[in-house]
Design a protein around this ligand. Structure first.
Ligand code: HEC
Ligand code: HEC
Ligand code: HEC
Ligand code: HEC
Ligand code: HEC
Ligand code: HEC
Ligand code: HEC
Ligand code: HEC
Ligand code: HEC
Ligand code: HEC
Length: 317
């Protein structure tokens, strides 16, 4: 059936009150769990399984099946398939009818908020407190873009692909490349995952960061950089991203630029002449210090993240 025809049907259904969603421009936000197709009743999972044999077998290995079938916490969980797909009587009567049952996925005709709302009935707290209007929600992502609850593809988290990282990288190709650069966070080596730093479900800190700032994210693993130091280096305290890339870089130690240019991007004029090139050429102008050329500033300013030495004011020690 053409999607236009489906939409016309849906619009007619809306007008006649069969479907509980409102027609109109823009997304329709329904209360979590509000079932978009109102005239259907629950039929029980045995009915579903009688036709969907293969699905049933794959689903049996998931956490939902274990929870809903063996030890349901409440009436909603005891509905099993219908806890997510909504009441099934209309679909059972006519399995090929459009929108007779909640259909997940990007080609679903139902409003995305209503479909995601089926999951949020049970999962609207904790990690998902900031889901609404997060960048993923605003870009019309669905829970089912990252999760596939119908089968166990990943060891945990019911991910769509083998692992969290592969799930994220299926869309974020640029970041995938960054992690393959000469210096990179050991993500492809399996030592950390996107979700160590990001919360894909939404966060109060851009871009989807798990902590209150970039630095707080970094401190969770690099505690020794937290300080406080007797002599702080201001840009370190402000933001690690002043000097580092978070994912990967072609310069050593994930640096944004090569040294000494990195340092010189802020320290154009210091007491010793730190510039590689003459600042003002010509009579009376300053010239670069021969000691600096071709050398790293850190040959002398070694404690770049801060110093605890009584004489470390210039971060020499
Ligand atoms: C009488 C057999 C039968 C029963 C019972 C049945 N289904 Fe289906 N179901 C089908 C068929 C056939 C299709 C494929 C329809 C199509 O491709 O258009 C289908 C499709 C679906 C889809 C995909 C919908 C879509 O638009 O792509 C979902 C989800 C689904 N069923 C869930 C359920 C659930 C949940 C139950 C129990 C409440 C259930 N089914 C009971 C036969 C059945
Ligand atoms: C935790 C929520 C949840 C439960 C419980 C659940 N489903 Fe699903 N179901 C989904 C989601 C999400 C998708 C879409 C998966 C995807 O994107 O491929 C789906 C897809 C389907 C499809 C369409 C598959 C396809 O390839 O198009 C069928 C049929 C289906 N489910 C039947 C069932 C049956 C039968 C049960 C009970 C035995 C059940 N579901 C239990 C969430 C659920
Ligand atoms: C009726 C309540 C309910 C609904 C609806 C529901 N879930 Fe769940 N979900 C649960 C329960 C209960 C668990 C098991 C929690 C546990 O064992 O810690 C769970 C676990 C999960 C997990 C963790 C799996 C793991 O391996 O750790 C994910 C991911 C998940 N659900 C996603 C979804 C998605 C996506 C949807 C909608 C398609 C959905 N859930 C709908 C109740 C629900
Ligand atoms: C952009 C990808 C993405 C989207 C979209 C997404 N999730 Fe997740 N979700 C993840 C990842 C990755 C994990 C695993 C986190 C971990 O291992 O720490 C996860 C874990 C979970 C868990 C189990 C851990 C927990 O927090 O209790 C639940 C439940 C869950 N998601 C529900 C949902 C629901 C409901 C939606 C839709 C409103 C959704 N997710 C949308 C990526 C996503
Ligand atoms: C289905 C595709 C898809 C998947 C899968 C996906 N994302 Fe996204 N993500 C997007 C889109 C679309 C945007 C918004 C547009 C943009 O900035 O790229 C976005 C934005 C983001 C942003 C914010 C970017 C910014 O500039 O503010 C972060 C961070 C992010 N995603 C992390 C993740 C993580 C971590 C995962 C895996 C758990 C993930 N994404 C999985 C599609 C996806
Ligand atoms: C070590 C922590 C960390 C890990 C691991 C991580 N990120 Fe990030 N990511 C960040 C930080 C911090 C920023 C913000 C940088 C800034 O403010 O300049 C960011 C920014 C982003 C952005 C916004 C655009 C950009 O590149 O600046 C996207 C999208 C993103 N990350 C996706 C991902 C994906 C996908 C993964 C996993 C494949 C991932 N991140 C793993 C820390 C991390
Ligand atoms: C989940 C833990 C974790 C988080 C969070 C984290 N890192 Fe790392 N980082 C690591 C690991 C593991 C290594 C590799 C250490 C090794 O191989 O000895 C590393 C290495 C590094 C390196 C050295 C890379 C090289 O090529 O020598 C830099 C620089 C770095 N991290 C900066 C940061 C910054 C900046 C942040 C915050 C955006 C951050 N890290 C957040 C775990 C983390
Ligand atoms: C002023 C620039 C600058 C800022 C800001 C900065 N770093 Fe660095 N960082 C460097 C340089 C330069 C190196 C290379 C050190 C070397 O070769 O001795 C480095 C190396 C590292 C390393 C690997 C070597 C080591 O010392 O363990 C880690 C990890 C690291 N930085 C983490 C951080 C964290 C976390 C932050 C934020 C709290 C941060 N950096 C802020 C310049 C900076
Ligand atoms: C993002 C800008 C920025 C970058 C990059 C940067 N610094 Fe700094 N640095 C500062 C600021 C701001 C101060 C504090 C100046 C003040 O207190 O007057 C400072 C202070 C210092 C001091 C102590 C100066 C004093 O007066 O006590 C030294 C030494 C220093 N930086 C060296 C370096 C070196 C070496 C690098 C390269 C690895 C570097 N800085 C990179 C901004 C930066
Ligand atoms: C050969 C050792 C050496 C090298 C190499 C070196 N410095 Fe210094 N730097 C010093 C000493 C010693 C002082 C302290 C001078 C003083 O206190 O009078 C100093 C002071 C500074 C100060 C504080 C000066 C002020 O204006 O108050 C800054 C900033 C600084 N250096 C930045 C850099 C940068 C950037 C580079 C690399 C381009 C660099 N240094 C390379 C030895 C060095």
């Amino acid at each position: 059936m053409s999607s236009l025809f489906r939409k016309v049907l849906l619009a007619l259904a809306c007008l006649s009150g069969v479907v509980g969603v409102q027609a109109g421009d823009g997304p329709t936000r329904l209360a979590a769990g509000e079932w978009p197709v109102s005239r259907a009743e629950y039929v029980g999972a045995d009915q579903c399984k009688s036709c969907h044999q293969v699905i049933k077998a794959h689903y049996a290995h998931t956490k939902h099946a274990l929870a809903f079938e063996r030890n349901p916490g409440d009436d909603l969980e005891a509905r099993n398939c219908e806890a997510c797909h909504g009441p099934g009587s209309a679909h059972v009567e006519n399995p090929v009818a459009v929108n007779a049952i909640v259909d997940f996925g990007q080609d679903s005709d139902l409003p995305k908020d209503a479909v995601n709302g089926q999951c949020l009935q049970c999962h609207d707290e904790g990690e998902r407190t900031h889901w609404a209007n997060s960048i993923h929600d605003a870009n019309d992502l669905m829970c089912s873009d990252c999760h596939n609850p119908m089968a166990r593809f990943s060891r945990k988290g019911l991910q769509r692909f083998d692992s969290v990282n592969e799930t994220c990288m299926s869309c974020h190709k640029t970041q995938k490349v960054e992690f393959a650069k000469r210096s990179h966070m050991p993500l492809l080596e399996g030592k950390l995952a996107c979700v160590d730093c990001h919360n894909p479900h939404g966060s109060a800190t851009d871009p989807l960061l798990k902590a209150d700032s970039v630095n707080q994210v970094c401190y969770t693993c690099h505690q020794e950089k937290r300080g406080p130091f007797v002599f702080e280096h201001a840009p370190v305290r402000e933001n690690c991203a002043n000097c580092h890339k978070p994912h990967g870089s072609n310069h050593e130690s994930l640096l944004k630029t090569a040294r000494p240019f990195l340092c010189q991007s802020c320290h154009a004029h210091s007491r010793h002449i730190s510039d590689l090139l003459p600042v003002e050429a010509g009579p009376g102008g300053e010239f670069s210090d021969a000691r600096i050329a071709g050398r790293s500033c850190q040959n002398c300013h070694a404690q770049i993240h801060g110093s605890n030495h009584p004489a470390g004011v210039r971060m020499h020690r």
